[in-house]
Design a protein around this ligand. Structure first.
Ligand code: G6P
Length: 608
């Protein structure tokens, strides 16, 4: 969701704030703003639109000052207009606040503040924070912020500055991430490390209900009840190169092409080929505890939910443990049964998704052990899990998830191998899976070498407004993921379906204007999927098939065939999803869409 950055030090703050905002733009990009303190007081500049619009506005008269805060917005309350853009100020225009999250009790607070004489100028929930701080301000900003946030329900990560206590930034968090970068006499507050990494890799993560005061002399951390807390300085292993485009036109394409490497990173040191198993150091469970798992519940959102579905198929087939997959947003509110022996796995690239975090906390409240499968090291879900697996895919910036998905699936395959070999999975089958998994990266290189062919298919189909994606078994979640990729970035309506289920509804939609993407690899359901293909052909649907290398028969039924290398059935999704990512990417480019920052979406969804 929204991105926050704050700077205090000896340099001009504006260039640092704007650069930080650009790094965070993937979190939200409908409007942006800055607030800077200098000898003339508090200067606030903001505008609707992307950060480039704000930069243009500031090019003419850049506010100077060595302390400031900035924000890029993904609107929740109030349209994405200049007025509703952050920072928001109090009645006197001397306190400025940027906020990520949602204040649920803002209507009640607003009414009360209005009765007390405060005047509101925006439709946002955030503005009440500025007025609450104004109400409690007696010359000390952190005391006023602490008093104000104790009245808030909902989620917030905030950064606050004031003309009347000018040498500091105050940050506070509840449910929305905040991290402080520690440099020499300079400090940066941000909603994630991408805005910090150019300056330092030394960071302090705030936990819920914690606050931080940043001054040029140092940082001081407390709880929102004003008790001092001492925090550990952690080292982030990202570098700048990893968060830049490296010559690619879009982050998404770069990340698709990074998959051989990101998967190698996921697998590194974890595959034990001779023993036909995997080593996962971070589960924090003994083999005996793992053997006693009677049920697994996997909870996630979006693309991570699709990875979870593949995890269900893998764990049930190969480790023989019953698995349920739940949308985190449903799980958290439906009083799920978590009997002893159930382990909950929360999958999240960002490790910050509000629904997944809430689902995980609900599971913990009910006494379940929770494992996290996360990409972002130090993220909230990673820190609050009892153990887990980092996927090590590296920073994913494109809003549509690609390399994180394949690394999540690979991590789940590792977990399956490990669990399976503690139970019924034979050494031979374990060894075959481990070998196959280990050579997936080079087979993805083969698919990527075919990108031009996929691009030409994309050109031929980019004008269509509907797509259907069909697959069976392990390729059913891949169909869902392929459809999600297309709708996210090209705004084409696309549905994923189990191929056989097509005849119970979607078949009514099929005519010569309906492209159907079949994932039709030669596994157990191959013949059945071919029959489904015939059913589409008979209704003059246009067919793009993803087929196994060497399968020429499919070409007699499909308009276009994209061949992918063969793999063991359970590992096929790691290959079959790649052409679908490329297809979605090239169609979106063909349609002139903003691939990395699709409309209305955000990378990290920290609101419900
Ligand atoms: C957003 C992103 C998706 C992502 C989902 C879950 O919707 O746009 O790409 O799959 O959130 O995110 P997570 O970080 O929890 O995997």
């Amino acid at each position: 969701m929204c991105g926050i950055v704050g700077y205090v030090g000896s340099q001009e703050s504006l260039p640092i704030l704007l650069e930080g905002l650009r790094r965070l733009e993937y979190r939200g990009y409908d409007s942006a703003g800055v607030a800077i303190l200098n000898g003339r007081g508090l200067i606030v500049e903001k505008s609707a639109g992307k950060i480039a619009v704000l930069e243009q506005l500031l090019a003419a008269s850049a506010p100077r000052g060595t302390l400031g805060i900035a924000h890029t917005r993904w609107a929740t309350h109030g349209e994405p207009t200049t007025v509703n853009a952050h920072p928001h100020t109090d009645c006197k225009g001397v306190i400025a606040v940027v906020h990520n999250g949602i204040i649920e009790n803002y209507t009640t607070l607003k009414q009360k503040l209005e009765q007390e004489g405060h005047r509101f100028t925006t439709d946002t929930d955030t503005e009440i924070i500025a007025h609450l701080i104004e109400k409690y301000f007696d010359g000390n900003l952190e005391r006023a912020v602490a008093a104000a946030v104790r009245h808030l329900t909902g989620t917030y990560g905030i950064a606050v500055i004031s003309r009347d206590d000018p040498a500091k930034i105050v940050g506070a968090r509840h449910g929305s991430p905040l991290v402080v970068g520690i440099c020499d006499s300079e400090y940066i507050l941000a909603s994630d490390v991408s805005a910090i990494i150019r300056h330092t890799n030394q960071v302090v993560y705030l936990d819920d209900e914690e606050m931080v005061v940043l001054t040029p002399a140092g940082i001081h951390t407390t709880t929102i009840r004003e008790e001092t807390v001492s925090k550990r300085i952690e080292t982030v292993d990202w570098d700048l190169e990893k968060i830049e485009k490296a010559g690619y036109p879009h982050f998404m394409l770069k990340e698709i092409f990074e998959q051989p490497q990101s998967l190698r990173n996921t697998l590194r040191g974890r595959l034990l080929l001779d023993e036909g198993t995997a080593r996962l150091g971070g589960l924090n469970m003994t083999p005996a505890e793992l053997r006693s798992i009677s049920r697994v519940v996997i909870t996630a959102c979006g693309t991570s939910w699709h990875a979870a579905m593949i995890g269900e198929y893998l764990i049930e087939e190969l480790a023989r443990v019953p698995v349920e997959v739940e949308y985190a947003s449903e799980f958290r509110y439906r009083n799920p049964i978590l009997e002893p022996g159930t382990v909950v796995i929360a999958i999240s690239q960002s490790g910050e998704t509000a629904d997944t975090l809430a689902a995980m906390r609900e599971a913990k409240r009910k006494g379940a052990r929770v494992l996290g499968v996360c990409n972002v090291v130090g993220s909230t879900i990673a820190r609050e899990s009892d153990g887990g697996v980092y996927i090590h895919a590296g920073p994913e910036i494109g809003v549509a998830s690609t390399k994180a998905f394949t690394s999540q699936v690979a991590a789940l395959a590792l977990l399956t191998l490990y669990l399976g070999r503690l139970g019924e999975l034979s050494p031979e089958m374990g060894a075959a899976l481990a070998r196959d998994l280990g050579s997936i990266p080079e087979r993805i290189e083969g698919i990527l070498a075919d990108a031009e062919k996929i691009r030409s298919i994309a050109r031929a189909y980019a004008h269509h407004n509907n797509f259907l994606y069909l697959g069976r078994g392990y390729n059913f979640p891949v169909a869902l993921e392929g459809a999600l990729k297309l709708k996210e970035i090209s705004y084409i309506h696309a549905e994923g379906y189990p191929a056989a289920e097509m005849k119970h509804g979607p078949i009514a939609l099929i005519d010569e204007n309906m492209p159907v993407v079949f994932i039709c690899t030669q596994d157990s359901a191959y013949e059945k999927v071919l029959s489904n293909m015939e059913e589409v052909r008979a209704r003059r649907g246009r067919i793009i098939a993803i087929a196994s290398e060497g399968d020429d028969h499919v070409a007699t039924k499909a308009d276009h065939v994209i061949h992918i290398p063969r793999a063991l059935g359970p590992l096929t999704p790691l290959l079959s999803v790649v052409p679908l990512q490329l297809l979605a990417y090239y169609i979106a480019v063909e349609r002139g869409c903003d691939v990395d920052q699709p409309r209305n979406l955000a990378k990290s969804v920290t609101v419900e």
